[in-house]
Design a binder for this molecule. Structure first.
Ligand SMILES: [Zn+2]
Length: 329
């Protein structure tokens, strides 16, 4: 082989190698490291919300049943976020314990303690005037028959979304005080929200609206429901405007008695506020195969939908803040 031909062959091989490398890299981009989602959130810190939902629904937290070590560990992660965001406190603490009496769920169980985690962001007149309370339960079903019920959608998703909304308001002060309550013991009878309503931590006469998040991360159809307007039609203009702007398909319904089991009026913590005559908007997805099933794992949520829902929930809270002003004046 002449030196000239050897040089030409080497150059050709170099080109082939470079083309192969480029091809492998571009293949890697497409298949090796898939983009989790192409949606760019406008209001929330998407990675932070996803990360917290994943942490809360990890096996290490053993399903977060009220009064268990896993539930306490979950509380630690939530408290850390409340502290980092410098949310304000009631009674100099974020933690508000309440008794879970025998008979409230399991008649044979000993008396136990649940803990609500409550903080707030000040509006223009801190501690005075109408306030909004955002709720999401952080407990789930724990371990049953040796299987961990991680509750990623129910309700690690709503808890992490609540913190995403709180974070938004720490950077964009609301008009009215916004209270954030990650409530405990929902799965055994909405005990945390019931205690919150009766405990007097917040004067309930101030609470103009409850916004409750429970299961906001799993919908192949990209649909999020908002329930409450059949009871509180004064909220319809807010919801109609939100539906037009939201990055999810926002549907009303699931809040009339004739639906029976599919009437969600008393299905989650908003019921505690509704019973006290406080208007509510409940955000959640349609029941799915992972509902109260060990397969409710982080891997099975609809990640892009969840980011879209997170933005929608901030938009809902902003709209609610404006709505409170319109009904208060
Ligand atoms: Zn739930």
């Amino acid at each position: 082989m002449s030196q000239k031909r050897a040089f030409a062959l080497a150059a050709l091989l170099g080109l082939v190698a470079a083309a192969l490398a480029w091809w492998l890299i571009s293949m890697g981009r497409e298949s090796g490291e898939p983009h989790l989602t192409s949606y760019e959130p406008q209001y929330i810190d998407g990675p932070a919300m996803l990360n917290l939902a994943e942490t809360l629904s990890s096996d290490a937290l053993e399903g977060r049943a009220a009064a268990t070590a896993g539930n306490e560990a979950a509380r630690g992660f939530i408290l850390k976020r409340f502290e980092t965001l410098h949310l304000r406190q009631f009674r100099d603490t974020y933690q508000h314990p309440f008794a879970i009496l025998p008979g409230e769920d399991d008649p044979d169980a000993p008396p136990r303690t649940g803990v609500n985690i409550v903080g707030w962001v000040a509006g223009k007149t801190p501690g005075e005037g109408p306030a909004i309370i955002v709720t999401a339960h952080y407990d789930h079903l724990g371990i049953k028959d040796g299987e961990i019920y991680n509750g990623a959608d129910d309700n690690a998703s709503g808890t992490a979304a609540l913190i995403a909304v709180a974070e938004y308001f720490t950077h964009h002060a609301p008009e009215h005080d916004v209270i954030f309550a990650a409530v405990d013991a929902e799965e055994i009878g909405h005990l945390g929200s019931k205690d919150f309503v009766r405990a007097g931590i917040v004067d309930m006469d101030r609470v103009a609206l409850n916004i409750n998040f429970d299961m906001v991360s799993r919908s192949a159809a990209g649909e999020l429901y908002v329930a409450g307007t059949s009871h509180y039609p004064q909220l319809l203009p807010l919801v109609e405007q939100l539906s037009g702007e939201a990055p999810v398909t926002l549907l009303t319904g699931h809040d009339t008695e004739e639906l029976g089991y599919n009437d969600w009026t008393y299905a989650s913590d908003h019921a505690s506020f509704h019973r006290a005559g406080i208007p509510f908007l409940y955000f959640g997805v349609e029941d799915h195969e992972g509902y109260h099933d060990p397969s409710d794992d982080y891997a099975n949520i609809t990640h892009e939908f969840y980011l879209r829902a997170g933005d929608t929930l901030v938009m809902a809270a902003i709209a609610a803040d404006a709505w409170v002003a319109s009904v208060a004046n």
